[in-house]
Design a protein around this ligand. Structure first.
Ligand code: NAD
Length: 430
């Protein structure tokens, strides 16, 4: 059992804290957002994440997991400090590391004995080196400490499962002591551990997310070719993905990637590469294809309706992917705003993301999928929630003003939809 403080109780910090406590460690989660901590103290969680609330309640009850707004308390009670604060994009594409720097400074002000400071936030290469410099500069006495990089690979929507079943754990360290502590922390998971230097670990995270984003843009570009020839991108992806060297995942053509990770990590990787004197132009194209994909979706809707002005577009799905309420950089935002700019009215439904969408999108929010279809000139699928796959399409058709279905996630069979009488458009298929 180790004593651990997790600073930043967001998607990553809360899941990490809860899972580490479930693994038997004593964990204190810190956030400077008092409303989040107040909610957590009441046994409720500020995000939607399957299985997380139960885990938080259980470990809180069993006194392995606690919450506080005081970073001082967290540091005093723990030997290991995980940094899990946000690293949002700045307008120039670089990562805003001011939250990480703040935490590094706070650690230096408050530490009285050895600490292992572990960066879990996604950061550009050399951040760990800067964290170490910042701590050293602000320490009052010469207290020993280590800095390590331990990038996070969980996926929102299956974050708890991913944390307990990682493909691998990356540990970027500069000392044997740090390596041994981190190995011990993660021992209960029985997952492969890859130990590297700190900089390599930092690059592994940026390179992995950029690679996955590249796979998505690649299949979207292939889909655009399929569409022009009558080929079917889902079949092409199946044929490609069965090759073990390529793999099946991240080959679903659609409206492009979004979320808090891929867009910003891609940008940040390009930015740091450039800063280091290398132009990673391949990634520019990955980004350009992604932006274009959203515009193509708007065009598909426009091509179906001819005139968008005063038409009503029903939208199913707002979150950037299913099983999460995360709206950060969701493609739905750009697509809906473009429709509104053309004068269309939007009525939408999402199973869990509507509360988070409300401050971002001024649209009509509906109680369910059928209400979003009712009276609409067309129905658009933006997020592939499972419940949309199970809709009664006969009922949907009756509710729509005109039976037009624009499926940005390829969740329906084109022949089936046409047989039911829909004008059906999807991505990379005819
Ligand atoms: P988040 O915005 O949900 O959480 C960050 C939290 O840090 C917020 O609650 C904020 O209030 C808190 N915070 C900021 N400064 C603080 C301070 N000085 N003291 C205490 N708390 C502070 O962000 P997230 O999605 O959890 O992402 C965190 C990091 O993990 C980012 O670098 C992100 O790129 C990375 N990451 C995210 C995911 C994901 O799926 N969300 C996956 C892997 C890695």
């Amino acid at each position: 059992m180790r004593t651990i403080c997790v600073v930043g109780t967001g998607y990553v910090g809360l899941v990490t804290g809860a899972c580490l406590s479930e693994m038997g460690h004593r964990v204190i989660c810190i956030d400077n957002d008092k409303s989040k901590i107040d909610l957590l103290k009441k046994g409720r969680i500020p995000i939607y994440e399957p299985g997380l609330e139960e885990l938080v309640r259980k470990n809180n009850r069993e006194k392995r997991l606690s919450f506080s707004t005081s970073i001082k308390e967290g540091i005093n009670k723990s030997e290991i400090i995980f940094i899990a604060v946000g690293t949002p994009p700045r307008p120039d594409g670089s990562a805003d590391l001011s939250f990480v720097e703040n935490v590094a400074r706070e650690i230096a002000y408050n530490m009285r004995s050895y600490k292992l400071i572990v960066d879990k936030s996604t950061v550009p290469v050399e951040t760990g080196t800067w964290v170490a410099i910042t701590v050293k500069r602000n320490l009052k006495k010469n207290i020993p400490f280590d800095v390590a990089s331990n990038p996070e690979f969980l996926r929102e929507g299956s974050a708890v499962h991913d944390t307990f079943n990682p493909d691998r754990i990356i540990i970027g360290v500069e000392s044997a002591r740090a390596e041994s502590i981190l190995r011990e922390i993660y021992k209960p998971l029985k997952a492969p551990v890859i130990v590297t230097d700190m900089k390599s670990a930092e690059i592994i995270k940026h390179a992995s997310n950029s690679f996955l984003a590249m796979k998505i843009s690649f299949i979207n570009a292939v889909g655009n070719i399929c569409e022009r020839t009558g080929a079917d991108v889902t079949k092409v992806a199946e044929g490609m993905g069965t090759d073990k060297r390529i793999g099946k995942t991240f080959l679903n053509a659609g409206i492009g990637f979004g979320g808090f990770c891929f867009p910003k990590d891609l940008e940040a990787f390009m930015w740091i590469s450039k800063k280091l004197g290398y132009e990673f132009n391949l990634l520019n194209e990955v980004k350009a294809i992604n932006e274009q994909q959203k515009k193509l979706m708007v065009k598909k809707i426009e091509d179906s309706l001819w005139i968008l002005k005063n038409k009503t577009v029903g939208v199913l799905g707002l979150s950037f992917k299913p099983n999460t309420d995360d709206m950060r950089f969701a493609p739905s935002i750009d697509i809906i705003e473009a429709l509104q700019a053309h004068g269309a009215k939007v009525q939408a439904y999402d199973p869990v993301a509507m509360e988070k969408a409300k401050p971002l999108l001024k649209i009509k929010y509906c109680a369910n999928a059928y209400a979003a279809a009712k009276g609409a000139d067309c129905l658009v699928i933006l997020t592939e929630w499972d419940e949309f796959r199970k809709l009664d399409l006969v009922k949907v058709k009756k509710l729509l003003k005109t039976p037009i279905l624009v499926d940005g996630r390829n969740i329906y069979d084109p022949r089936q939809a046409e047989k039911l009488g829909f004008t059906y458009k999807s991505i990379g298929r005819n």
